[in-house]
Design a protein around this ligand. Structure first.
Ligand code: SF4
Ligand code: SF4
Length: 450
């Protein structure tokens, strides 16, 4: 047996070593995932502690009691390191207990994540935009100054700002104001942005590097030139918006800023997105900081209401994701370092969304009916809204014995997620985890041979 990756320190400490009961009936824990690797071997991940090992002969795992006789050293190791557990253990309950301990230990002081809507206005008119119906308003100079004051009062150490909209670059002067104020106060920050990329100019790139500490931008491309231009329907475009956005992506990459292209897929643009992959690979694959990923479009109300059925969408999505991998555009994920304790910004005390008028929200997905929980001037006014974002849906039958349970925190109110996995999504998540296991193993082999 070889240790490929150590267990997470915090989880190993919280759990301690499991005592080996000599006569107790044991089974493989539900959080274990096995993948064939090496010469007849098996990579075995403990997706609770995050420990990854390589077993020379995986056959023993199917008959653990024989393993006790044939390789008692391995049998004891698996038990001490929580790969095997007593038959009667409630796995999910143990994960939940550890999750709540780790969540208390890892709580940062103050707010460390601020998502800021510089405007609700935008120069594009995407048909699927969930903000349709919101009044188009720019953040004013005064609100920007007040936002900076709010951040100074509430910030923890090393904060992350995320510029959002509308189109955040439609009102980029407020980014200058906020970052200038934070700089003057000696607050350490870096930022990221969700943008359509159309308004990136040399001046924007200069300010992004020198003042905004901009590390990454997510830009959506829904197709090649003709389809993209039709779908984005920019107001008053000058020339081809598509060509302009590609040039702007290059400007960002040349300045050392990461670009992640999001491809919104539905059944009308699925084929064209494959052509887009070819085009992006030709132009950007030499940039280390370039990547692309695919997601389905939903109608913005609930993830259950896709424009097409989930199964048909997922067939196309999987084809596209595998093409992205083949073209070297998909960033290969690494195994997480510890158990997941929150879903996203919405259920974290350390994150907040600030609107263009200074209202506070938990989720960045703001529609005309979303209620704020307070303002930058008054602080929290409605704590029930915050509590409501912490509500979890009931587990589904598919969640019993799910090896992904330690990585799974769901929110009842997230509009971009399902209550629990439909089968296609479960299969996809499991495949993704297996691919990260193999990637971690490949990286291990590289360091072993270097
Ligand atoms: S929601 Fe999905 S990932 Fe989470 S526990 Fe259930 S089946 Fe597993
Ligand atoms: S849409 Fe869902 S994942 Fe995104 S911020 Fe809101 S709650 Fe979180």
């Amino acid at each position: 047996m070889k240790l490929i990756r150590d267990a997470s320190e915090i989880i190993a400490k919280t759990l301690g070593e499991q005592a080996v009961g000599q006569d107790e009936a044991v089974r493989l824990a539900s959080w274990c995932v096995a993948v064939p690797a090496g010469d007849g071997g098996v990579l075995l991940l403990n997706n609770f502690t995050k420990e990854l090992i390589l077993i020379d002969d995986g056959d023993g795992l199917s008959g653990l009691h024989d393993l006790k006789e044939t390789d008692s050293e391995l049998f004891c190791y698996l038990s001490r390191h929580w790969f095997t557990v007593p038959v009667a253990l409630d796995d999910k309950n143990l994960v939940d207990e550890v999750r709540s301990v780790v969540s208390c230990m890892n709580k940062p002081e103050g707010i460390v994540g601020y998502t800021i809507l510089t405007t609700t206005d935008c120069n594009a008119r995407c048909f699927y935009c969930y903000e349709q119906g919101l009044e188009r308003v720019n953040m004013s100079r005064q609100t920007a100054l007040d936002t900076a004051e709010f951040i100074k009062k509430t910030a923890g150490k090393k904060i992350k700002l995320h510029w959002f909209g509308g189109e955040p670059l439609f009102n980029s002067s407020v980014i200058d104001i906020i970052t200038d104020e934070l700089k003057k106060s000696g607050i350490e920050y870096h930022s990221t942005m969700t943008s359509n990329g159309y308004l990136v100019t040399d001046s924007v790139v200069k300010r992004a590097v020198e003042s905004w500490n901009l590390k990454g931008v997510q830009i959506t491309l829904d197709g090649t030139e003709e389809i993209y231009n039709r779908r984005k329907a920019y107001i008053n475009p000058k020339g081809s918006a598509f060509q302009r956005v590609l040039d702007n992506i290059e400007k960002l990459l040349q300045a050392g800023i990461s670009v992640s292209v999001r491809m919104n897929l539905d059944m009308d643009n699925a084929d064209d997105l494959h052509k887009l992959c070819d085009l992006l690979a030709d132009r950007f694959s030499s940039y280390e900081k370039f990547g692309a990923y695919a997601h389905y479009i939903f109608d913005g109300k609930t993830a259950d209401s896709l424009y097409y059925t989930l199964d048909e969408t997922y067939i196309e999505l999987e084809k596209l994701r595998s093409y992205l991998r083949e073209k070297g555009l998909a960033r290969r994920g690494k195994l997480g370092n510890t158990i997941k304790t929150s879903h996203c910004m919405a259920d974290k005390d350390s994150s907040v969304v600030i609107s263009e008028t200074g209202k506070l929200y938990k989720c960045q997905h703001i529609t005309p009916t979303t209620e704020s929980f307070g303002t930058i001037y008054t602080g929290v006014e409605n704590p029930d809204i915050i509590e409501n974002w912490r509500k979890r849906p009931e587990d589904g039958e598919i969640c019993e014995n799910c090896p992904l349970y330690a990585d799974c925190v769901r929110l009842s109110s997230c509009p971009d997620d399902f209550a629990f996995c439909p089968q296609v999504i479960y299969d996809e998540k499991l495949e993704k985890l297996k691919s990260t296991m193999l990637y971690t193993y490949e990286e291990y082999l590289k360091t072993e041979h270097s």
